[in-house]
Design a protein around this ligand. Structure first.
Ligand code: FUC
Length: 786
């Protein structure tokens, strides 16, 4: 609950509104447990919950489009020799139009499918009238509970909605402050006209299968009334004169994340079991279980940048009045930061698919871009905040997803080029799609798998689990690297190995050796080499990779107007403001460019960013927060946050591309974390932590606790006037040699490092750098005087 009574102000980590939602996209409030999602509208006379189950997809195995069965997007129709023809053309002419490439290599993507809405629950409240007093609708980020409060004729009515991860159900609780005052009718509807509805003993069951692919689905909604009576209707359940009612909802399909059939057990038993188990406990126990589980993760990070403890303005007004200055701006920014963490926990939990373009929320049978997995920035951006903001468990669905893409990805590699290894293209779905879709301008991006592998390696860098590296990450990375060993070709001009053809995402001509393609492959090779060293595995393979890496064009060139080149040729247009700034991958998420280690390249990245400007879609602005943070320009990073909040954010604080696309939420949360802490894994149990690398002037003082750096280090920082005043850190899982970079160490300040026991710690200091050994489980404090 946000507060005890409806009249008091909610605490700062609450989204709240004085009116019900009428628009799904911009106003309704999302809840989710990773697999299930709901959007709550909060109407007084009718409550509406729009529902999703993450695996409910059309297309895929079993589906046929225009007479063609789904075929994982494979390249079997590619004409023999077409790839060589393309390469010869690029070697001779330097570039080609994307449409030309699409014609040479492309093919139709039959039955790709789209993410589907599951249905809707409507709760018609009897005698609600129209005039409720003290109405408030809220979402408490500290408990992940959405709530509606209002009074009618002196009676207080309240509702809560939550999506429990431990119990696997969505639960709604409706209460009246007086016995006998709650009467309502609950309907559960499916958009699918073939769905069968059945009501028995307060339980509404919806069952059916999708017409195009036969995917079975089932939803059950159980209504439990306290006092009062319960009456089954034909397709509804009515509660009369109760004091309280609980609704328990579970949805399932027979989807399984397994190539080639992608089918598992019928959903009936699992759905029934979950509902029955949830019904066997009092609502209070279900609620406590949910809050304990959720808050245990969400509560790991606290951010205080000067927001008042309570917000005096409803969230839509807070957003409308936002100009980047004053306590209200700090309130919105910190709320937005934590909202990204909330949304990640709501849309990505172990045991389900990763967060898609809309997380887990979709109300349309034809959502934008199928609400799929775009892998030229979007899926990756969804996971940027996971490690740094201490929600590493949420990466599990991504890891499983990457793993499951491999079988079709292997066939795609083979059919494209007779290559080993595995690939995935620009877009994929829940059915292991590994080919290309038929849009010439977003057509070609076989580097997607290599980029996904960065997340596996980073999971190791942050968490340090060698077992994960050995059993999960390394085999996937090594197999992705194998493809590139086969696919790279020597450039006709300088003999360096290049990706050909290559295409800087959604921009420019097709060429050989586009910067991003080169940078991504270089990273994959470097990480795979590092992983094989940690594991002591396969030295011959490691040497092959090292040899190729030495010959690989690194994709880092400074061009005529001081910019970082997007292509191998110096052809960047200084007036171009395209939203993708892919060639800055080496700055972020990559780590090859930094102001400290490669100042010229950092300058070039800055020139590129200045030319591209501060506009763009939601995710583009979010990426720019991260870029400027990595360039240690906190004020520019903050300016991008401001742009995002002012022009790319809806009233429910969802990011809008437009339309709604969740990546910008996640990218911005990650960017704000990058402003406060950056880290580098230096190998062999060594890590560098940069404290407050990009603090904006407007965050004058504050604290952040629980951020996570590479090397599994947990960091708390307090600051004032741009300088850290207190730094605490600990390394719960392992001994690690730390290099701490902070302005606190400059200006001749006297610095002590203390264990929690009070003992002083040996350290070495030089300029803004302190080096020391951190021991497992010990908590350290940096104390500066003078
Ligand atoms: C990428 C972007 C688009 C959009 C789409 C879902 O292709 O270029 O802007 O975000 O993904």
């Amino acid at each position: 609950m946000a507060e005890d009574t409806a009249t008091s102000l909610p605490h700062a980590l609450t989204l709240w509104y004085l009116q019900p939602a009428t628009d799904w996209e911009s106003e309704a409030l999302p809840i989710g447990n990773g697999r299930l999602g709901a959007m709550a509208f909060g109407g007084v006379a009718t409550e509406h919950l729009q529902l999703n189950e993450k695996t409910l997809w059309t297309g895929g195995p079993g589906a046929v489009e225009d007479g063609h069965p789904y075929a994982y997007g494979l390249w079997e129709r590619q004409r023999a020799g077409a790839l060589q023809e393309v390469r010869d053309h690029l070697a001779a002419h330097g570039s080609a139009e994307p449409a030309w490439l699409a014609e040479k290599l492309g093919q139709r993507d039959w039955a790709f499918g789209a993410y589907q809405p599951f249905g809707d629950v409507y709760i018609d409240v009897h005698d609600a009238g129209v005039s409720a007093d003290n109405y408030r609708r809220s979402l408490d980020l500290t408990t992940a509970i959405a709530r509606v409060d209002y009074d009618i004729d002196g009676i207080h009515y309240s509702r809560e909605h939550l999506a429990s991860y431990p119990d696997g159900v969505i639960a709604s609780r409706l209460e009246a402050s007086q016995a006998g005052k709650l009467s309502l009718t609950v309907r559960f509807e499916s958009p699918n006209r073939h769905a069968r509805v059945h009501v028995n003993d307060g339980r509404i069951t919806i069952r059916g299968s999708l017409p195009d692919n036969g995917l079975r689905y089932e939803g059950q909604l159980l209504v439990v009334a306290e006092d009062g009576s319960l009456l089954d209707g034909e397709d509804s359940v009515t509660v009369r004169e109760a004091r309280a009612a609980t609704l328990l909802l579970c949805l399932g399909t027979d989807y399984a994340e397994r190539y080639p059939s992608y089918r598992g057990k019928k959903p009936h038993r699992k759905v029934s079991r979950r509902i029955n188990a949830a019904a066997a406990q009092p609502y209070s126990a279900l609620r406590t279980g949910h809050v304990t589980d959720y808050a245990g993760q969400f509560g790991r990070v606290r951010l205080d940048i000067g927001a008042p403890p309570h917000t005096t303005l409803p969230t839509d007004e807070l957003l409308a009045g936002y100009d980047g200055t004053g306590p209200d701006a700090r309130a919105l920014e910190s709320l937005y930061f934590q909202y990204g963490r909330y949304l990640l926990l709501a849309s990505s939990r172990p045991g389900s698919l990763p967060a898609n373009l809309q997380g887990v929320w979709n109300a349309s049978p034809t959502p934008p871009w199928s609400s799929d997995y775009h892998v030229n920035i979007n899926l990756q951006m969804n996971y940027w905040p996971a490690e740094t903001t201490n929600l590493a468990e949420s990466v599990t669905p991504l890891v499983d997803f990457i793993d499951a893409l491999r079988p079709a990805g292997r066939d795609a590699a083979k059919q494209l080029d007779g290559a080993s290894g595995w690939i995935v293209g620009n877009q994929t779905n829940v059915w292991g799609f590994a080919g290309v879709r038929d849009h010439p301008t977003s057509f070609w991006f076989p580097e997607a798998a290599a980029w996904l592998c960065r997340h596996l390696w980073e999971h190791y860098e942050f968490g340090g689990e060698v077992d994960f590296l050995r059993t999960k990450a390394f085999p996937i990375m090594a197999e992705a690297a194998l493809f590139w060993l086969d696919f790279l070709v020597p450039d006709v001009n300088d003999d360096l190995l290049v990706v050909s053809p290559s295409y800087s995402p959604e921009h420019g001509p097709v060429t050989a050796g586009a910067s991003m393609a080169q940078q991504v492959v270089a990273d994959l090779f470097a990480h795979t080499i590092a992983a094989s060293e940690v594991l002591g595995e396969d030295p011959a393979f490691r040497r092959r990779l090292a040899t190729a890496l030495r010959r690989l064009d690194p994709g880092l060139r400074i061009g005529g107007w001081g910019q970082l080149q997007e292509w191998k040729a110096d052809v960047d247009d200084a007036t171009d403001d395209h939203r993708h700034v892919s060639h800055l991958y080496a700055l972020h998420p990559g780590g090859r460019i930094s102001p400290g280690k490669t100042p010229e390249l950092a300058q070039a990245a800055m020139a590129t960013l200045r030319a591209r400007g501060d506009g763009g879609t939601g995710w583009s602005k979010a990426w720019k927060i991260n870029f400027w943070a990595r360039l240690h320009d906190g004020d520019h990073a903050h300016r991008m946050l401001r742009e995002l909040l002012r022009h790319s954010t809806l009233s429910n604080l969802w990011d809008t591309h437009p339309p709604f696309q969740i990546d910008g939420n996640f990218g911005a949360t990650a960017g704000m974390a990058e402003m406060l802490l950056q880290s580098r894994w230096d190998g062999e149990n060594r890590a560098t932590l940069h404290i407050l690398p990009a603090l904006p002037t407007s965050w004058r003082q504050g604290t952040v606790t629980g951020l996570r750096g590479r090397g599994a280090v947990i960091v708390d920082i307090a600051w004032a006037g741009g300088l850290p005043t207190r730094i605490h850190f600990s390394s719960p899982g392992r001994d690690v040699k730390l290099r701490l970079v902070s302005t606190l160490f400059a200006n001749g300040r006297y610095v002590l490092i203390q264990c929690a026991t009070g003992d002083l710690v040996d350290h070495h200091r030089s300029g803004t750098l302190v080096t020391m050994q951190a021991r497992t489980g010990e908590r350290y404090e940096v104390v500066a005087t003078g």
